[in-house]
Design a protein around this ligand. Structure first.
Ligand code: UDX
Length: 850
């Protein structure tokens, strides 16, 4: 019954675990970071206690507002005093009284009989004694874990009342160097947890009798992909189903666009109370529970609530889903992690306290989960029954109140809350281990700590489905899976078209503009954000550019306010941006849309041996590590942007050597080297990115980036840092110009000893560049606009423009010798018909949207 591992082995494993644990964290959170002390001067309140947890101190340091610092501090004090979390909760799931056999375990302290395994809740069984050992090791005890027959059990921190010490307790040999924690072992009877995981009923396909089922689709949305959300609603809409829509409080664009639905459809409702639902945040659960309360108050007549995001899409027909759910009413669908509970707890950070404030989840330290209940979790995509929803949202018993405290301070709370409530409540026998979803996990890509600016944890995300992932969806044909995630048409729309056909969309090929995709980047009514200054400075320059082109044909227009900027893809290729703006033509106001595209800037040295292998060498911002693309497709950068270089090599680069050491050089518009970084390219990182090491504001103008092998130039690119015409939404002032356009050359390291011919200008041209650059800093008003225009002319091509048809003009508009096209009849304009991305018409017969 004991483990034959040597102490050294166990301790090595323990260290390894610690190490890998720590590895997972963003660098600024590593436990081994030198300890920091909380200075009272940085707080404008008197701390309620002395904080002991280093993590809490770090969180208080990093929190932006005093209110948030105070919240973290106060809660940490309560936790320190053990006044915060419940120590024990009761599992009221009816127990099965069948004895399971004998339980052997090590214990630390004979009187208290505390089990060494440190496992919370009831019992897990696993066939692997080694993983049982892991549980004990992770709990901090070198010798623990138990075995019974071929199975290994780990138990509660307290043995149940019916546990009794076996006669041979303490027979177990203590390890060579007995520690305080080594006691002996005991046996006890254990009982089944009472949970039965049900297999769902499979509908009888020979039976055509329509069983009715009414579903609430609880859409929890973020981003700007309104056309994709419309498409999702079109796919799932039926008169007797409902949509309850929560939009992240910060996403006013999406909220505005969707709010119109409420007035047209009695079965679509927008959540009135909105939350800033940050990734992995406690607010996601608060939002779900608040929405559920609201749903219950609506007195809708329903059988299931299913939550979906903007990146979910059905992979079976609505009829299939209805059939399946109609024979499974009363059940609750949640997917469990399928591994050892203790591992899940660790991996998920359930044994840590997180506090959400300042739209961040701050990790403040370890915590103990309550005894007496089973902790369970997995996916947060769920389908719940009305009775269960009414219980979790409206009742308040000991279990729910206790779990509420815990899950308000839990990372990714919706991934465990509903599972845990289900397993420990009277609803335990309605648990079905299926979330109805297939998820496109590619952990190598999706687990890159990409949310560390939002949560003190390394979170993972599934990848977007692309055309090549089609088999994965097709393989779910015979399984009870009805949705897939994630889909993003801006990444790949072809797969969505394919899925629609697969689930029975007819006449698909007749749909207008099926292969086009438009997504808004900016809208004049948006309530956000400072980055709009760059967008506006840039886009106004583009429309001036277009006006000049039209003027060449004698068409005189006066460009006016920018209304919307849209990103445009055709057949999954980025085709440029569209700027919808007002113009005056013969003193009449019209809406015009201008289409433009960034020029290509890659320059390869054709004499080098890599030339065929360099597939990408490009600078922009908002690099998405998971999808390996720039979200800033047009490369619109301003002095406050954070440029990133991404490069991609094809494999045969490395035929000669295993690793290539290359150097990346960043040259500012004044011809000074701003940064120099070595990169190592090998077969594991053929596609990668780097961020330069200099500060903002960036000097506006044309930057160059070169890739060198020794001093031999392989490839170069340039990028534009556009000067700002606006700052804080207003015309930029002279003082702001002198700060924001002055660059930060004093933050560069000194690379003046580096000579790179044909890349770094020689002394003479350097002096000239410097002079020009210094003069540029003083440019304001019209002079500033001219500078912006000259730069934007170098980097962007205007491809066309059109006018929105209006009642004023029935005929095509002749403007000089130019005929202005109507946007609605172009193939590219955002105003052209897009049936798949617009809410369909209600078909009175079928109750669906056509
Ligand atoms: C993964 C898992 O699939 C998911 O179960 C878990 O909750 C988070 O990790 P991921 O793709 O990373 O999902 O998250 P995403 O779908 O982008 O976001 C999850 C939910 O939070 C969505 O409903 C999304 O709309 C919402 N969200 C996310 C916001 O409301 N605001 C944000 O800033 C980010």
């Amino acid at each position: 019954a004991s483990f034959s591992k040597s102490e050294a082995e166990v301790s090595a494993r323990k260290n390894m675990l610690r190490f890998s644990d720590d590895e997972d964290l963003p660098t600024n959170l590593k436990k081994n970071k030198p300890g920091s002390i909380l200075r009272v001067e940085e707080l404008d309140f008197i701390p309620a206690c002395e904080i002991k947890s280093r993590e809490a101190i770090s969180a208080i340091h990093r929190a932006k507002t005093q209110l948030c610092k105070q919240q973290i501090l106060n809660k940490t004090c309560l936790i320190q005093e053990s006044n915060f979390y419940p120590e024990k909760l009761t599992n009221v799931c009816p127990h099965n009284e069948k004895s399971y056999g004998t339980y052997l375990g090590c214990f630390v302290d004979e009187k208290k009989m505390r089990l060494l395994s440190g496992f919370y809740g009831n019992y897990v069984s696993t066939n692997s004694p080694n993983s049982c050992l892991d549980i004990c090791v992770q709990a901090g005890f070198p010798y623990a874990g138990v075995q019974y027959g071929s199975e290994c059990f780990c138990g509660d921190t307290d043995p149940p009342d019916n546990a009794k010490l076996s006669d041979d307790a303490c027979d177990m040999k203590c390890p060579a160097n007995p520690s305080e924690t080594c006691g002996g072992y005991f046996t006890m009877n254990i009982f089944e947890t009472g949970l039965t995981k049900f297999q769902p009923q499979i509908p009888d396909t020979s039976n055509d009798k329509e069983e009715s089922v009414r579903i609430i689709f609880l859409l929890t949305l973020n981003g700007r992909a309104v056309r994709q959300v419309n498409r999702l609603i079109n796919a799932l809409y039926k008169r007797n189903h409902y949509f309850y829509i929560h939009v992240d409080k910060r996403q006013d664009y999406l909220h505005r666009k969707l709010s119109v639905l409420e007035t047209h459809f009695p079965n679509i409702k927008m959540a009135k109370k909105r939350f800033s639902t940050i990734w992995g945040g406690a607010s996601l659960l608060t939002m779900l529970l608040t929405s559920m309360k609201d749903i219950l108050a609506l007195n809708w007549n329903w059988d299931f609530v299913i939550n979906l995001s903007e990146s979910d899409f059905p992979i079976k027909s609505l009829e299939n889903l209805e059939k399946f759910l109609s024979v499974n009413k009363g059940f609750n669908f949640v997917k469990s992690h399928g591994r050892e509970v203790q591992r899940f707890i660790k991996k998920q950070g359930l044994d840590k306290t997180f506090i959400e404030c300042d739209t961040h989840m701050w990790r403040v330290g370890e915590r103990k989960l309550p005894r007496g209940i089973v902790i369970d979790g997995g996916s947060d995509w769920i389908a719940l029954s009305p009775n269960f929803v009414s219980y979790v949202a409206n009742e308040k018993d000991e279990l729910l109140s206790g779990l509420e405290i815990i899950f308000q301070h839990t990372l990714l709370p919706a991934e465990s809350f509903f599972h845990t409530v289900l397993r420990n409540s009277r609803f335990c026998n309605t648990y079905v281990d299926n979330n109805l979803h297939v998820t496109n996990w590619k952990r190598k890509l999706g687990c890159k700590c990409q949310y560390k600016h939002v949560v003190d944890w390394c979170g993972c995300s599934p990848n977007d489905f692309k055309t090549e992932d089609w088999p994965r969806i097709q393989n779910t044909q015979d399984r009870q899976l009805f949705f897939a995630r994630k889909f993003e048409p801006i990444i790949n729309q072809e797969i969505i078209n394919r899925v629609e056909q697969y689930i029975g969309f007819k006449d698909h090929l007749k749909i207008q503009n099926l292969e086009s995709y438009w997504q808004s980047i900016y809208n004049v009514d948006d309530l956000t954000a400072s980055s709009d200054d760059t967008l506006l400075s840039h886009s106004e320059s583009i429309i001036r550019h277009n006006a000049k082109i039209l003027a060449e044909e004698g068409c005189i227009i006066e460009p006016d306010i920018v209304i919307e900027i849209t990103s445009y893809n055709y057949a999954d290729v980025y085709k440029g941006n569209l700027i919808l703006h007002k113009i005056y033509h013969n003193n009449v106001e019209l809406s015009m849309e201008t289409w433009y595209k960034p020029k290509k800037n890659l320059q390869l040295n054709f004499e080098n041996r890599y030339v065929d292998n360099i597939k990408q060498f490009k600078v922009s911002s908002d690099y998405d590590q998971k999808e390996m693309i720039f979200r800033n497709l047009a490369g619109i950068l301003g002095p406050l942007s954070e440029p990133t270089l991404s490069y991609k090599f094809s494999t045969n680069t490395l035929l000669e050597k295993r690793t290539e050491n290359l150097t990346i050089v960043w040259l500012d518009p004044a011809g000074i080297i701003a940064d120099l970084t070595d990169i190592h390219v090998d077969e594991n990182n053929l596609t990668n990115f780097i961020k330069p090491n200099f500060r903002t504001p960036l000097l506006p103008g044309v930057w160059k980036v070169g890739m060198f092998e020794q001093s031999y130039l392989l490839a170069s690119t340039k990028f534009l840092v556009t000067p700002l015409q606006y700052f804080g939404g207003k015309e930029i002032s002279n003082q702001e110009v002198s700060i924001l356009h002055g660059g930060s050359q004093n933050s560069y390291h000194n690379f003046s000893h580096i000579k790179l011919e044909n890349f770094v200008p020689d002394q003479e041209s350097a002096i000239l560049s410097q002079k020009i650059s210094q003069a540029n800093v003083r440019r304001t008003k019209q002079d500033l606009k001219d500078w912006i225009d000259a730069l934007s002319y170098e980097f962007y091509n205007v491809l066309g423009s059109c006018v929105k048809s209006s009642t004023n003009f029935k005929e095509k508009i002749k403007c000089g010798s130019h005929i202005l096209e109507y946007c609605e009849s172009t193939h590219w304009s955002s105003l052209t018909p897009d049936p798949k991305g617009s809410i369909g018409k209600l078909n009175k017969l079928s109750g669906r949207l056509d």
